[in-house]
Design a protein around this ligand. Structure first.
Ligand code: SRM
Ligand code: SF4
Length: 567
């Protein structure tokens, strides 16, 4: 039977229902019917198989070890302690490998088998968390600056972003029918005024940043909002469009791209502008060639001016001139900080976002204990960060010692001892679950960090922060093209080595070595670090050094600082 195109599958899906119920009920296989494998993404789940076992099972003439990844929709990564305890129980009961914090502030559960899928979805929903539109050609989990309740402005940005997230949810009742035993809707399927019956041409991502912190990597988002604060209040947002990381090795038709700032909107106009951008992409995006379907290519194909004009036409108003802003960094700030109201927030390092009990510590148990300790703390929250870390937020001063003790006892106090580069490093999931991985990432990060720290120490740079990002393939889930150093998987044990991004998420890196193994990476980095140690300017960051000295050609940079705007 010919494979259906994704566009046909969406169109014929009866608002994302397909034959999912039948597929789930089929006891003969651990997989879903082919079209349903596409449709289940819109419900927040991916069919995967254990790639470590693929060959062995093939030789035994068994079907692959199928299981499902489930991803939550948690705008801004906000979870209450009681929700955490329920999600932790889901991980222990139905999944493998603990809880995995993602680079978009969601939690992923890996290894859920088909017969357990519905019960798992129900358990997640019982925590008042859902997974609708966490994947698929729709607006994904909205990323929001993780600085928790640091000021009234932070709370205000969160509220706007969360409202937008709700506004862009699909209307279909399919999710409730299939997973939550909701009543079937008779007659015509629900209308989708924003998406239409074929949804978007491709995935769509929105992020809200609050300068000076660019933790969401706002220029990697299809649509970015940069909060402009005046006298501590949110005056509005600069709007950035056309960011994206995904690429294919050796294919110049695909590339990472930073978003362009096209203007300014007031908080009241955020939803109107977002809907205008989303619907323009819906109608203008390339539905014939999927690898060119992201908004970044629509903009490059049609021109930024034409795109802006269409967005303004649909919104019914013109964007204002962009305002000045400046980012300091795109990482997380670890340890305790005090908020404006005397409450405290503790950012904990979670390597690759994986909270699992193991040799490095009983991290899953530790977070469970911390969540239990927070149950009675009024207003306490857990916040997942876009750098795969976790903030214990909104805590009274009296609770700090207890939380510190629990963190220390469970391997969750890395922020006290690890080098700044270790704290900032990101790695995507990759093997064994990701079907697209070409090389290891998450599982390679600890070993590579040991090597990297040795290199840093050799050059007296152990305490100098350098942003390192690993991806198992060029799709860029750890936003590697924004790493001062990045390893992008090409084949088992081999990577493209890229260097020279800045540490503020405003300049892409460039290819240094196309296809190298560990020895080649170490050799190349050793030389660069030696030069950096000897020739850098005071406080100059590694990526900036590489560009200033011409080792890396300066790529496109978005940089509106206060000085430049005033000039
Ligand atoms: Fe991603 C596909 C994991 C953030 C770009 N991504 C995948 C899949 C679902 C593989 C697949 O399609 O079969 C991965 C599942 C692995 C697994 O076993 O769990 C996967 N992506 C992830 C996560 C879990 C990485 C992580 O280590 O945290 C992140 C989940 C985010 C979330 O909660 O929603 C994740 N993915 C990203 C990001 C970063 C971001 O959004 O800030 C990007 C780059 C930004 C962008 O979209 O341009 C990203 N993922 C991709 C792409 C390339 C898209 C493209 O335009 O070409 C794919 C492949 C695809 O869509 O065809 C992909
Ligand atoms: Fe998988 Fe590639 Fe994304 Fe890593 S970057 S999770 S290997 S799709």
């Amino acid at each position: 039977m010919a494979r259906h195109s994704v566009e046909d599958i969406k169109k014929n899906s009866r608002a994302l229902r397909g034959t999912l119920l039948e597929s789930l009920a089929d006891p003969l296989t651990g997989a879903l019917a082919e079209d349903d494998q596409t449709l289940i993404k819109y419900h927040g789940s991916y069919q995967q198989d254990d790639r470590d076992l693929r060959e062995e099972r093939r030789l035994q003439k068994l079907e692959p070890a199928y299981s499902f990844m489930i991803r939550t929709r948690t705008p801004g990564g906000v979870v209450t302690p009681s929700q955490w305890l329920k999600l932790d129980a889901v991980a222990s009961t139905h999944a493998e490998r603990g809880l995995r914090i993602t680079t978009r502030q969601a939690i992923q559960f890996h290894g859920v088998v088909k017969r357990d899928l519905k019960a798992t979805m129900q358990a997640i929903n019982a925590a008042l968390v859902d997974t609708l539109a966490a994947c698929g050609d729709v607006n994904r989990n909205v990323a929001i600056a993780a600085n928790p309740l640091q000021s009234d402005a932070h709370a205000c940005v969160y509220a706007t972003a969360a409202t937008l997230s709700g506004h862009l949810l699909p209307n279909t009742r399919a999710y409730h029918e299939i997973w939550l035993d909701g009543e079937r809707v008779a007659g015509t399927p629900e209308q989708e005024p924003i998406y239409g019956d074929t949804y978007l041409p491709r995935k769509f991502k929105i992020g809200f940043a609050i300068p000076p912190v660019n933790d969401v990597d706002v220029f990697a988002q299809d649509l970015g909002f940069i909060a402009i604060l005046e006298d501590g209040r949110v005056a509005g947002y600069n709007v950035s469009v056309g960011g994206g990381m995904g690429a294919t090795h050796g294919d110049p038709e695909t590339y990472p791209r930073l978003g362009d700032v096209i203007g300014f909107v007031t908080p009241q106009d955020v939803i109107a502008i977002a809907v205008a951008v989303v619907t323009t992409q819906r109608d203008w995006g390339n539905r014939a060639v999927r690898k060119r379907a992201r908004l970044k290519y629509t903009i490059d194909d049609r021109g930024l001016d034409a795109f802006r004009a269409e967005v303004e036409r649909r919104a019914g108003f013109a964007l204002g001139p962009a305002r000045a802003f400046a980012f300091d960094h795109n990482g997380d700030r670890f340890g305790w900080v005090e908020g404006h109201d005397g409450r405290w927030h503790l950012t904990l390092r979670v390597p690759s976002g994986r909270l699992q009990d193991g040799a490095a510590g009983a991290m899953q148990t530790g977070m469970r204990e911390i969540a239990r300790a927070l149950i009675d703390v009024d207003g306490a929250q857990l916040r997942l960060t876009p750098n795969q870390n976790l903030v214990v937020a909104n805590v009274d001063a009296a609770s700090r010692d207890r939380i510190d003790a629990l963190a220390s006892a469970h391997g969750l106090a890395l922020h006290r001892e690890a080098s700044p580069s270790r704290l900032a490093a990101l790695a995507c999931v990759a093997l064994p679950t990701c079907g697209l991985a070409m090389a290891e990432a998450e599982r390679y990060l600890p070993a590579f960090l040991d090597i990297f720290e040795e290199l840093l120490a050799r050059h007296g740079l152990r305490d100098t922060p350098i942003h390192l990002r690993l991806s198992g393939c060029p799709n860029g889930c750890s936003r590697p093209y924004l790493g001062e150093i990045a390893l992008v998987g090409k084949a088992p044990g081999r990577y493209a080595l890229r260097v020279g991004a800045d540490h503020r998420g405003q300049r892409l890196n460039a290819l240094l070595r196309e296809n190298v193994d560990e020895a080649g990476i170490v050799e190349a980095l050793d030389r660069l670090l030696a030069r950096y140690a000897g020739e850098r300017l005071p406080a100059e960051r590694f990526g900036d050094f590489l560009v200033r000295t011409g080792i890396v050609a300066a790529p496109r940079r978005i940089d509106i600082t206060l000085e430049e705007a005033a000039a």
